[in-house]
Design a protein around this ligand. Structure first.
Ligand SMILES: Cc1cc2nc3c(=O)[nH]c(=O)nc-3n(C[C@H](O)[C@H](O)[C@H](O)COP(=O)(O)OP(=O)(O)OC[C@H]3O[C@@H](n4cnc5c(N)ncnc54)[C@H](O)[C@@H]3O)c2cc1C
Length: 555
């Protein structure tokens, strides 16, 4: 049963708390609106809410408080309740001045948004930001009020965790119940025979035991062989990260019959990013999971059929204009055009506390945008390849110091000579050999890391504003046939990167076309791609005219 206690919104202002309460009247049905006139009072209210078993969804504070700087107040409230979203509503008389003072804190993630206090009724721009923050809080923190999927199990084991992770990534609210709870009893009564656990009731269907994530995916979304082998779809997309999702939206919206096959849950790498801050049109950032869920609904609305939990195991290119065949363990799909959008896997550091700070100080790849935020700070790069070297050189333009942490004794085996020389010449870059990053943390963003020195066994703690992980990436290409040309690192070649002997009539394939006619590649899996959400989705959109052209030629 859902907790009937409403989550709180705490409104803090010395002189205008009544005004804010009035402005927030529209949220009174779903949230417990509380007012405070100082940082200390807001802290006491939050502590009381927590003590009573409740949650604070959002702090809204005026930019100036009588007893504390607003940023110090946020950090005190964060100790009491770390998950609440934080909004500063600056009074219009002081907004310009305050914005200068607070901009740096916004960039560093000390709060989520700086807005002008509403100037009258129906300031929908302000409320849009509030709703976005509440929705983000609701989808990432709050226990769902209504569950589309209910799981019954006596203990939350590894399989149950995997099922829940899959459901969260697919945007399906879910709850777990013990067998002897009233909900557990109700679901068990509907199950045929003697069920094993975890027992899953998905979308009001008859409860059934889930033995794997794929089994659950099948219960909800079906199997690829539901598309009869005789049916030939216009375009089949392999991978539903940003590139595959964008291809699905544009292909389906332009009338092509579209199927997307995804090995896991939708979203790809982006789906694992807690906050994408540089995607066009989302000034307050958006969690990768929510971005993916929105893109999926958009694609479904235009008619794309998604099958998740089904890795494509083989692509058999069609000969002489025949359709291409994609094999999965759940059946085959035949398509006139195939778009490879299977992305890459970044190697990760096995440190959980650092994973949680991804995007807020911890970055995979060179993270060019984040480099600017490192001005005058101490940063660390992990990795000994050329990409790590290039990232270090780039970061040293901004950071006070850049330390490259490597497990080996030196860089010579893994990095090009010219880069090693450049690094040695740069007084801001240091190398920490025979070392590994083993821990790290910070208040909402990375502040420190610990380094284990392999030869001495010592562990040292260091202040760190940025940790850039360049541990290498591997494209998901094991399922591709030899006819699809790939470069030395295994990325799929397209356009002019395809070897000349494979060109047709001495003309290179189109920019996103591979060495096999009618097979295209987009996003991170493509050689030379930019490895960003925007570029992946841009390529997804750009490939569709090429697909049209190919299909028209076939007709
Ligand atoms: C932690 C993290 C944070 C990031 N933050 C940012 C950021 O803030 N801003 C930014 O611009 N970029 C960010 N990136 C990079 C960005 O996420 C990627 O560039 C982007 O996701 C690439 O999209 P893609 O669709 O090409 O590939 P992916 O996102 O890798 O998606 C590929 C999909 O294909 C599926 N797949 C693989 N093989 C198969 C198969 N055989 N059959 C079926 N499906 C298959 C995978 O399961 C996956 O879902 C981040 C990356 C990570 C890892």
């Amino acid at each position: 049963m859902s907790d009937q206690r409403q989550p709180a919104i705490v409104l803090v202002s010395e002189a205008r708390s009544d005004f804010l309460l009035d402005e927030f009247g529209r949220y009174a049905r779903d949230y417990d609106l509380r007012t405070a006139t100082s940082a200390a009072e807001a802290e006491a209210i939050s502590a009381e809410v927590v003590r009573d078993g409740g949650q604070v969804a959002l702090f809204v504070s005026e930019s100036r408080l009588p007893d504390a700087h607003v940023l110090d107040a946020f950090s005190r409230w964060r100790v009491v309740i770390p998950t609440a979203r934080r909004l500063i509503a600056a009074h219009w008389e002081t907004f310009r001045e305050d914005a200068v003072d607070l901009r740096d804190g916004l960039g560093k993630g000390k709060f989520d948004a700086l807005l002008l206090m509403p100037r009258g009724v129906r300031d929908e721009e302000f409320h849009n930001a509030v709703t976005e923050m509440l929705s983000d809080w609701g989808s990432t923190v709050a226990a769902p009020e209504v569950a589309a999927v209910r799981i019954v199990t006596p203990h939350v084991d590894v399989l149950t965790m995997a099922l829940r992770d899959y459901l969260d990534r697919m945007g399906l609210p879910n709850q777990t119940f013990a067998p002897d709870s009233p909900e557990g009893q109700e679901i068990l009564a509907k199950a045929p025979g003697t069920p094993a656990y975890p027992l899953v009731e998905a979308m009001n269907q008859t409860p059934a035991t889930a033995t794997s994530v794929r089994g659950l995916a099948m219960m909800i979304y079906g199997r690829p062989d539901e598309i009869t082998v005789e049916t030939v779809v216009d375009v089949a997309i392999v991978g539903a990260g940003p590139a595959g999702l964008a291809t699905a939206v544009y292909a389906a919206s332009e009338g092509l019959t579209t199927v997307a096959l995804e090995a896991e849950a939708i979203g790809g790498q982006a789906g694992t990013s807690s906050m994408i801050r540089n995607y066009l049109g989302f000034p307050r950032g958006i969690s990768g999971m929510r971005l993916a869920q929105r893109a999926r609904s958009q694609a479904v609305r235009f008619g794309t059929r998604f099958f998740t939990g089904w890795p494509v195991t083989e692509l058999v290119p069609g000969k002489d204009g025949q359709p291409h065949l994609l094999r999965t363990e759940g059946g085959d799909v035949r398509a006139r055009a195939v778009v490879i959008a299977s992305g890459v896997d970044y190697r990760k550091l096995p440190v959980e506390s650092l994973e949680a700070l991804t995007g807020t100080g911890v970055h995979y790849g060179a993270a060019m945008t984040a480099a600017r935020e490192m001005e005058g700070r101490d940063v660390y790069v992990v990795g000994g390849g050329n990409s790590a070297g290039q990232a270090a050189v780039h970061l040293a333009r901004f950071a006070r110091s850049v330390t490259i942490v490597i497990r080996r004794a030196g860089l010579s085996e893994t990095m090009s000579d010219y880069l090693i020389r450049e690094i040695e010449y740069n007084p801001r870059i240091h190398i920490e050999p025979a070392a590994e990053v083993v821990a790290g943390g910070g208040d909402g963003r990375l502040e420190w890391i610990s380094i284990h020195h392999i030869t001495t066994g010592e562990v040292s703690r260091h202040e760190a504003a940025g940790l850039f992980l360049l541990l290498g990436a591997e494209p998901h290409c094991e399922w591709l046939p030899a006819e699809i040309q790939r470069n030395q690192q295994g990325y799929v070649c397209t356009g002019r990167n395809v070897a000349r002997e494979r060109w047709v009539d001495d003309m290179p394939p189109g920019d996103l076309a591979t060495s096999v006619p009618g097979v295209f590649a987009v996003g991170d899996v493509r050689a030379g791609s930019m490895k960003r959400v925007a570029s992946a989705s841009g390529e997804g959109a750009s490939v569709v005219p090429l697909v049209h052209e190919w299909l028209a030629g076939q007709d």
